[in-house]
Design a protein around this ligand. Sequence first.
Ligand SMILES: Cc1ncc(COP(=O)(O)O)c(C=O)c1O
Length: 407
Amino acid sequence: MEWLAPFRTGSNRFRRTTSGNAIHPEGSRRSMAAPIPFPAFQYAHARRDKVAWMSQNTNHLAPSATVRAAIDAALASGEYVGYPFAAGLPELHELVRQDFGVGPETGCLVTAGGTEALYMLTRALLQPGDEVIASDPSYLIIHRFIGLSGARVTELDIYHEPYRLTPERIQAAITPKTRMILLIDPLNPLGSGYPAADVRAIAEIAHDHHLLLLNDVTYRDFSEGHALARQWAPEETITVWSVSKNCGLAGLRLGGLLGPTDLVTKIGRYNTNDLGVNILAQRAAVALLRTKSEWFPGVRRQTRQNQDRIRECVRSVPGLSLPVFPSTANMFAIDTSAAGISPERLQEELLRRHDVFLRAGNYLSPAHGGQFIRASFSNLPSDIDRFVAAFPAAVEAVRPATPSATS
Ligand SMILES: Cc1ncc(COP(=O)(O)O)c(C=O)c1O
């Protein structure tokens, strides 16, 4: 793998020209002083089978035999040769509706991952000048989509107790321009979950102020006692679902949204997948959703055991802490700020030296990304073994001699 050569050695990531300028591995010129960020994903994908993937909240515990049987059958029948039924398999719609306890009066779109649904709905429902109330930390890709529609995100800092939005803070942030509230529950990256009373209060705020409520519930199956916002604001809520995390199908790219039919029709106009989404993904999702009640409790149990083990390990390392525990999702943040440790350096050390891949917080928080690294843990116990063996040593390798209070 020749293209890996530029980042084999930590300090020698530049090629030099005769004039002394450094050349980025991709070829662009940079000044000698500017370091090239470690291309963590490029590195990890090149060593895909060796890496313990704890960086993307993916689920490595769903029954792969079920997925394989469903995809094998779709391949054998040649179903992939034709375009799928554009709206998505009727069985898939039926299973999603059952899963969310909604009937045919609720609109349902099937998209290429929840990401596509998020893009479509922000495009369709927001205009320049609108404001959306959201949190920081958050799943910032949604904020980017909001920005592309010309709307502005009001990011409420939640990196302190209770590490989630509260109805009171949302209420206080509403202005005449507010058009939407973004409620990600459970929240990526912190793992915080919203109590039903708060979901209800936030839904009622949306209803009373005629605001849209975007309820992203990508991680809801990991949470016990999760409450859907739509039950209290059915006319205002768009629920974004995904099979990436609960069903462990992130690579197949399938998700969608549910909502009142008038809104779903409006959103559907922005559908670029006019010819339908991947049929193999749909078949795999049908097989897993049909049997979810049989296998998901085991996934949740293992995920919970894993986070307990990670907590024990983090506790043994001076200066590190977990802002949110237990996580109601399959990830949480590990705060490194009291130890003065750079999350990016720790990410690089863990990946390069130990093949353990966690994600630095900078892509999840404008204000606090330098303070935490995110670990996800719906993984095989063997991955957690590797984390436990690697983490304390990796922290010591990047710990500054004199800790600073912040980073
Ligand atoms: C909160 C949240 N919403 C949506 C997504 C996107 O999911 P999908 O893989 O279905 O596009 C993610 C992925 O990490 C997520 O964390």
